[in-house]
Design a protein around this ligand. Sequence first.
Ligand SMILES: Cc1ncc(COP(=O)(O)O)c(C=O)c1O
Length: 279
Amino acid sequence: MTMVWIDGRVTDAADASVAALDHGITVGDGVFETLKVVGDTPFAMRRHLARLRRSAAVLGLTVPLSDEQIRGAAKEVLDAVAAGGGEPGRLRITVTGGPGPLGSGRDDVPATLLLAASPAGTWPPTASVVTVPWVRNERSPVAGAKTTSYAENVVALAEAHRQGAGEAILANTVGALCEGTGTNVFVVSGGRLRTPSLATGCLAGVTRELLLEVIDAEEVDTLTLDDLRRADEAFLTSSTRDVQPIADVDGRTLPHAPGPLTQAAADAFATLQAADLDP
Ligand SMILES: Cc1ncc(COP(=O)(O)O)c(C=O)c1O
């Protein structure tokens, strides 16, 4: 069961609505966050709210509520899932440009803010990934912002699914390894753990950011898709997957999944989460 908070009211998702010409619908003018919920607490809410505001600023959107108000709305929508007998596992916060004209220009109207909570999905213990020929544009004006314009990710993920994989991995315009459609990527070779730097155009993932504070990993802009294909071990990170070992890339099985550095990263992340739900 998915519940939605909008304009101070919580309803079943099937009964929640936004204006038909909301700029989020007509042109994908919006930003969002997806958080994991642990018990009744959204994990790393402070960092997600900070990124939401950073993404909104990139698009010139003003988030219409304070962090405290958003936390209050989150509690209401999570409580509603629990009241319906569900165990909320996932929280999404979306901010869009609000009702607007049919083209890219935006009217001077308050942004739309909505929160949705649902039970968590489950991920397999390891991921099969494929590389795709499309690129992330690290020079895009919205590079690094978590916008609702996810059509490229939809197409790339559909291609991964078509090939029987669970995630698609993209390089950027100069061929550097960047990220997955909804994940950051870490690669181990020669005993070194590395991840694409933010300069590659990847999202500043909250899971990635937290891991970099507790494990020894280098941020580089020189990894390639071949480095991933030839890795000794590799893993994906995201708010709903945490650390997910990669089992195979383009049909080639990696030597270890999880390998020792992947397991160490997963353990370090679990320890961090057990110590603090808003690190
Ligand atoms: C494109 C993209 N990269 C990376 C991530 C991982 O970020 P986080 O760890 O904040 O969930 C996401 C997650 O939504 C994403 O959409």
